[in-house]
Design a protein around this ligand. Structure first.
Ligand SMILES: NC(=O)c1ccc[n+]([C@@H]2O[C@H](COP(=O)([O-])OP(=O)(O)OC[C@H]3O[C@@H](n4cnc5c(N)ncnc54)[C@H](OP(=O)(O)O)[C@@H]3O)[C@@H](O)[C@H]2O)c1
Length: 270
């Protein structure tokens, strides 16, 4: 059985991926408590002592708005941390998959494919793109987008977060003139299983098959959970973005290369 080391195993995506793939692979979790990826020596000691075949690098600084205020920390984790992990994995002659994001694109001329040119607008996207440059052509880069489908995660996905706010009766302003591409984490896990078996140091987009506006997504969530749809109010991208991190307006992300895993549209699960 292949041995897969995973950084960020307790996060939103990592915890669900482990649940789904734990019977297919021997999983070696490297949690934040075991290792701070910003510490180069700690990383090389840990990776040198580990018996693994692949490393799936999910650990990251993931707050889009937070990154604008904590630039130093975001850079240390997403750029330097990725460099430490990559160098240690390369020294061992092992394979690595780096998980990246649709936020590397500027959202100006959709759709965005694997060979579209990144141009991140905010600092989070910039650090993730810098991380991509470190591993480019030497490790696999898998870009994902708006992952959901892990309702029991410590860090709730956007569907659960919206549901919780609606339950409290909170009014939500959601963008009508923007698009997102939600991706079910179950489909990401299945695609990763294939990609591990068919490894190439290339870029892949593993994303849902439907792009929609956050407003439409909010209405679907309210309907699915029988919540008050009137709490969802439309807002323009320009208004929403005021005071927040710059972000892609039309994050319609697609794949030219995924002919191996069927990706679902936005299926809100109860
Ligand atoms: N969620 C999204 O919308 C999204 C979209 C596209 C791509 N991605 C990418 O997917 C990956 C996983 O995202 P996620 O949503 O699962 O993130 P998450 O829930 O925030 O989990 C990130 C994990 O990284 C760990 N971590 C943070 N700093 C660390 C450090 N210095 N050393 C070691 N571990 C550290 C965190 O541990 P602590 O909690 O203990 O700090 C946490 O377990 C990230 O690379 C992210 O950029 C996410």
């Amino acid at each position: 059985m292949l041995k897969i080391a995973i950084t960020g195993p307790d996060g939103l995506i990592g915890s669900r991926i482990i649940e789904l793939l734990k019977n297919a692979f021997h999983i070696l979790s490297i949690s934040h408590n075991d290792l701070d990826i910003t510490d180069k020596n700690q990383v090389s000691d840990k990776i040198n002592a580990l018996d693994f075949d692949f490393l799936l690098h999910l650990a990251g600084y993931t707050s889009v708005d937070g990154a604008e205020k904590e630039k130093n920390l975001a850079y240390k984790i997403n750029v330097e941390g990725t460099k430490h992990i990559f160098e240690a994995v390369e020294n061992r002659n092992k394979k690595m998959i780096y998980i990246s994001t649709d936020f590397v694109f500027d959202g100006k001329n959709p759709p965005f494919f694997e060979d579209s040119v990144p141009n991140p607008l905010g600092y989070y996207g910039l650090t993730k793109y810098e991380g991509e440059k470190i591993v480019k052509d030497k490790a696999m880069i898998v870009r994902i987008s708006y992952p959901y489908g892990n309702p029991t995660s410590q860090k709730p996905d956007f569907v659960t977060r919206l549901k919780q706010l609606l339950e409290k009766g909170q009014e939500l302003k959601m963008m009508q003139d923007a698009s997102i591409t939600p991706t079910l984490i179950d489909d990401i896990a299945k695609a990763l299983k294939y990609l591990i078996a068919n490894y190439k140091p290339e870029v892949y987009h593993i994303v849902g098959s439907q792009s929609l506006s956050p407003f439409e997504a909010g209405m679907l969530i309210a309907k699915k959970f029988n919540m008050n749809e009137d709490l969802i109010k439309p807002i323009s991208f320009a208004k929403y973005e005021t005071g927040k991190a710059p972000r892609p307006q039309f994050s319609e992300i697609k794949s030219k290369k995924n002919d191996f895993q069927e990706m679902r549209g936005f299926v809100v699960k109860t």
